[in-house]
Design a protein around this ligand. Sequence first.
Ligand SMILES: Cc1cc2nc3c(=O)[nH]c(=O)nc-3n(C[C@H](O)[C@H](O)[C@H](O)COP(=O)(O)OP(=O)(O)OC[C@H]3O[C@@H](n4cnc5c(N)ncnc54)[C@H](O)[C@@H]3O)c2cc1C
Length: 405
Amino acid sequence: MAIRSAIIVGAGVVGVSTAYALAKRGIAVTIIDARDAAAEGTSHSNGGQLSYLHTEALASDKILKDIPGLALGMNPAFRIKVSLDPDYIAWLLQFLRNCTADRFARNTRAGMEVALESRLEMLKLVQLYDLDFDYQVPGKMQLLYAPEAIRNVENAIRIKDVSPEEQRIVSYQEAQEIEPALAHVGKAPEAVMYAAGEALGDANKFTKHLLDKIISEFGTTARFNARVKAISFSGKGAEVSLESGEALNADLAVLCTGSDRKLMKSIGLKVPVMPMKGYSITAPHGPHTPRVSITDTSKRIVFTRLGDRFRMAGMADLGWGRNDVNAKRIATFIREAKASLPAAADFDQISETWAGNRPMSPDSVPRLGHPHKALAYNLGHGMLGWTMGMGTAERLAKLVEAEAQ
Ligand SMILES: Cc1cc2nc3c(=O)[nH]c(=O)nc-3n(C[C@H](O)[C@H](O)[C@H](O)COP(=O)(O)OP(=O)(O)OC[C@H]3O[C@@H](n4cnc5c(N)ncnc54)[C@H](O)[C@@H]3O)c2cc1C
């Protein structure tokens, strides 16, 4: 049976990208979110990097030895919560199973495959529509401070089989010739990874403007302040029940609920997604704001110029589910960001402090599926949902199309 109508739950970057992919195929889409607008969850103030070639999985043979220290809170940038929650333990066991060199290579390549599809979809979209989301292709650099960090990048380049034109290691001197703002780092790196073709943009603006576009272009309906309580399925399709008591019907329900696992669990869908909390701050430009997006690998912080703003994002608290801004964590984050690139932003004029939960899968590969004809899901985009969202949306739409034939 051809799918004529779909209800998408979740209007983050993944849900709205999925709405676009379905709507342009002629499906009547309704998108629903518990919040009062699109991109008010994890897609709100993320790092902004479209890191199509930087899909290194979090689980690796290298991280294994650090896990006891991470669980004891010894790394200010990355913490693993100790909890007896059975779902969390099951997720951690799957994560540990992926901590081998072979799995790291396989997962990194799988992530890159979908990220490259995403890049293609993004390029098509920006040619088609004039969407304002501070999109740029200025390239990306990673500041490498230790021989181990350099070896890790060399290994990742080998695994991904990318050419030196796409990604290479350069000296700090050469990096400054490409990005003069790097002369003003807090600490000089040993070497720098440079990827000239990487892009950036504001995921929040993108999601809101893409939604406006599909509402006007395809007649998509958006419902906000509407939490979905339950979904039931019958031969006729899906019935989506809101907390308000209202029920909506469609041929297909698609879950794009990010790190919120409640609805997924209530319908018996077993997708391994765990929140990993992160923080960001946004400030005006400083005297030396880089054009190229920067990642400080030692502090796990990304720095991105978004129009006249400068975004800094990082911290990884695995297993923390709330998205409140913890005063101590944000103070640590601001201190670390300032130590890394002190002249990149006006740290006295921070306009926003924010926290969000990355919806992590244990292998860093997103999960999408169409388990039966009235249900599909697009989840688990972790650290790279902005990068991968357009790609997984297109994959899901093709899957729905293929199943209907
Ligand atoms: C600090 C930080 C920095 C990051 N930096 C980058 C980066 O530089 N590049 C990159 O590619 N990615 C980055 N990410 C990751 C990226 O932001 C996420 O992967 C992405 O936003 C996930 O999008 P999503 O649509 O799945 O989830 P969300 O944006 O959270 O959307 C899910 C939506 O579902 C709604 N919802 C859930 N349950 C229900 C329900 N029952 N009823 C109604 N609505 C419901 C929620 O309200 C929410 O709006 C970063 C993340 C963080 C935290």
